[in-house]
Design a protein around this ligand. Structure first.
Ligand code: FES
Ligand code: FES
Length: 155
């Protein structure tokens, strides 16, 4: 067993884990943060995207031990005082989700995009989301939601 410590959604956590434990498993099974999903387990779908030290990362592709000392944010860390983050609210408003399985990863990836590029074109949004697969919505409403959140977050 290995002891790992990191900050998750602003709270310091220390747990004893099998060294092979993936970050997504650590979040879901050790911390009960089940908003981060596993779609493929092979780094293709993006359902598991979280932020590690402010950058989006596929948590199925990282060991928990690799996040030692890191600052990790999951979808559960976005809402404040019971209010959805503007990106979450925009997905709801613009019907950017159907089954919702891909949504946490989409939201986390989109926020990373806006950090780099607060005013992306539709094409830039689509390009950024290449690593996030949604089987339900055809992406049109996801792009609309991200553009609306971008506008809201700039104002
Ligand atoms: S579960 Fe990580 S990319 Fe699909
Ligand atoms: S909303 Fe179902 S996979 Fe995207």
């Amino acid at each position: 067993m290995l002891t790992v410590s990191m900050t998750v959604n602003g709270t310091e956590v220390t747990k004893s884990v099998d060294p092979r434990t993936l970050l997504v498993t650590f979040l879901r099974e050790h911390l009960n943060l089940t908003g981060t999903h596993v779609g493929c387990d092979t780094s293709q779908c993006g359902a598991c995207v979280v932020h590690v030290n402010g950058q989006s990362a596929k948590s199925c592709t990282m060991l928990a031990a690799q996040a030692e000392g890191a600052d990790v944010t999951t979808i559960e860390g976005l809402a404040e005082d019971g209010n959805l983050h503007p990106m979450q609210a925009a997905f709801k408003e613009h019907h950017g989700l159907q089954c919702g399985y891909c949504t946490p990863g989409m939201v986390m990836s989109a926020l990373d995009l806006l950090k780099h590029n607060p005013e992306p074109s539709d094409e830039e949004v689509r390009h950024w989301l290449e690593g996030n697969i949604c089987r339900c919505t055809g992406y049109q409403n996801i792009v609309k939601a991200i553009q609306s959140a971008a506008q809201e977050m700039r104002s």
